[in-house]
Write a protein that binds this ligand. Structure first.
Ligand code: AMP
Length: 460
């Protein structure tokens, strides 16, 4: 099947050709015909599968036809959990819609000044991309007219659920016409997501794309056992010296660790910088622009901040700290191996992390092979080959994996400190999330001094 077979507007096809796409990805093949036929869909597809184009191309196709209702408000609304994802969706709208006349795309994101947003919303809008909290503010102030709205997209609905935004999402949906077409994208379509879909979608078509395993097939996963922070830093240094490494994202458990490690790497001469939710939007955009333009080789990031980053030159993802949730492991390593390229994902683990590792491996269905660097061998005893993982999960394991009390994700049980700072990535503090993912303490510390192993920071 080619893009031409999908019966999309010729201006959209032309933009797709400019983007260099030759064939639709599986999610695009399945979703686009259903969407053009006017159906609601709920699709399990993560970043990296081409899901953005799967909804943006039909959305633009819709915009190429005259609006059914007169007005100036948005005809398409995309809700995303994070600002970074919202910006990428807006960029995709501009990229695929560049040959369509007068397609106005507006992003309304938390943490950005209100006056500019008020101005943008006072003008005609076709596609509105927003994070839920800030959008609610504008709705409550009567600044958005949803009379014309024809399509509502919930992107990464599972993450919006996890972040405590689902009430906001439902309030927003209630402000839009019941005649709208609704699309829900989520990493998993579990019980909690089903409930949301039952409330907001009408007889949705369910679309499931390739398994977790297939999606990770182009990423080589390596495990390094570490004795302590100093050993971990030496191993990191070794990995970063790899000539095959063009750009890397190093994940830490906390914002403070991201800053400290970025400073440390910068002091060692690496073109490194941090990205996390404590930085203001300008700083974050500047850092991402630098990463995109190749001005940065190493980005040290937290989970929420790095979600959705899509840069072809990211050859390596390094889990300096293992993620708390197995699902985040998949999101993290999916930052490499973009659009079919090969990638390397390196994880550091202490021997206390066996349970974490087993959960990750059960979730992905893949074993992470342990590697030893000559001269940097770990002293600690490594987990035996049969650490409870036998390839594909058993039925019992699968059953155990289904929705957990709060959000249906694999929550590792290792202890972690909670520092109580409620900053989050969406500028949605007032609404609050059940927890702040970036402030969850590092569940792996082999050293009683949390800063041990880091060198002095560069002056701020
Ligand atoms: P997404 O899953 O939306 O984050 O997209 C992942 C990456 O795939 C992005 O870099 C897109 O530009 C790219 N992409 C989307 N659709 C296609 C396609 N049909 N062929 C090649 N690359 C694509």
């Amino acid at each position: 099947m080619s893009f031409e077979d999908l019966n999309l507007n010729p201006s959209i096809i032309k933009a797709i050709q400019d983007a260099g796409y030759t064939t639709p990805t599986p999610i695009q093949k399945q979703a686009i015909p259903e969407l053009l036929a006017g159906h609601d869909i709920m699709a399990s597809a993560q970043t990296g599968t081409g899901k953005t184009a799967a909804f943006m191309l039909p959305a633009l196709h819709l915009l190429a036809t005259p609006a059914k209702t007169p007005g100036r408000g948005p005809r398409v609304l995309v809700l995303t959990p994070t600002r970074e994802l919202a910006l990428q969706v807006s960029e995709a709208a501009l990229k695929y819609g560049k040959y369509l006349p007068r397609t106005k795309v507006v992003s309304i994101l938390g943490g950005m000044p209100y006056p500019l947003q008020n101005k943008l919303l006072s003008q005609p809008v076709d596609i509105l991309v927003a994070t839920p909290g800030r959008l609610i503010d504008h709705i409550q102030r009567g600044r958005i007219d949803f009379k014309r709205l024809e399509m509502l997209v919930l992107d990464e609905a599972d993450r919006m659920l996890d972040m405590g935004f689902i009430d906001d999402v439902e309030t927003i949906a209630a402000a839009t016409p019941a005649t709208r077409q609704t699309l829900l994208f989520s990493a998993t379509l579990d019980g909690a997501i089903d409930k949301v879909a039952a409330k907001l979608l009408k007889s949705p078509k369910r679309i499931q794309v390739a398994s977790q395993k297939a999606r990770l097939d182009n990423i080589e996963q390596r495990l390094h056992y570490v004795d302590d922070m100093s050993h971990k830093n030496r191993l990191l240094n070794h990995v970063l010296r790899d000539e095959a490494l063009k750009q890397a994202i190093v994940f830490t458990a906390t914002k403070r660790d991201a800053d400290t490690l970025a400073d440390n790497l910068y002091a060692q001469g690496y073109a490194a910088a941090a990205l996390h939710g404590d930085m203001n939007q300008r700083e974050r955009t500047r850092t991402l622009t630098k990463l995109r333009s190749g001005g940065l080789r190493v980005l040290v990031a937290t989970d929420v901040a790095a979600r959705g980053i899509d840069i072809a030159d990211i050859t390596h993802v390094i889990n300096f700290d293992l993620p708390k949730f197995a699902e985040d492991y998949v999101h993290r390593i999916g930052r490499t191996g973009r659009a079919g390229a090969a990638g390397v994902a390196v994880s550091f683990a202490s021997n206390r992390d066996s349970a974490h590792l087993t959960k990750i491996e059960r979730y992905t269905g893949q074993r992470i092979a342990s590697h030893i660097i000559p001269g940097l061998e770990p002293r600690i005893k490594q987990r035996p080959q049969s650490s409870g993982f036998n390839g594909a999960p058993s039925v019992a394991q699968k059953r155990k994996r289904t929705p957990l009390a709060q959000n249906g994700r694999q929550n590792f049980s290792a202890p972690h400190e909670f520092k109580g700072n409620s900053n989050n990535d969406n500028g949605n503090n007032r609404r609050g999330r059940p927890f702040d993912q970036e402030n969850r303490g590092n569940s792996f510390r082999t050293n009683s001094n949390p800063k041990a192993g880091y060198q002095s920071a560069r002056p701020k």
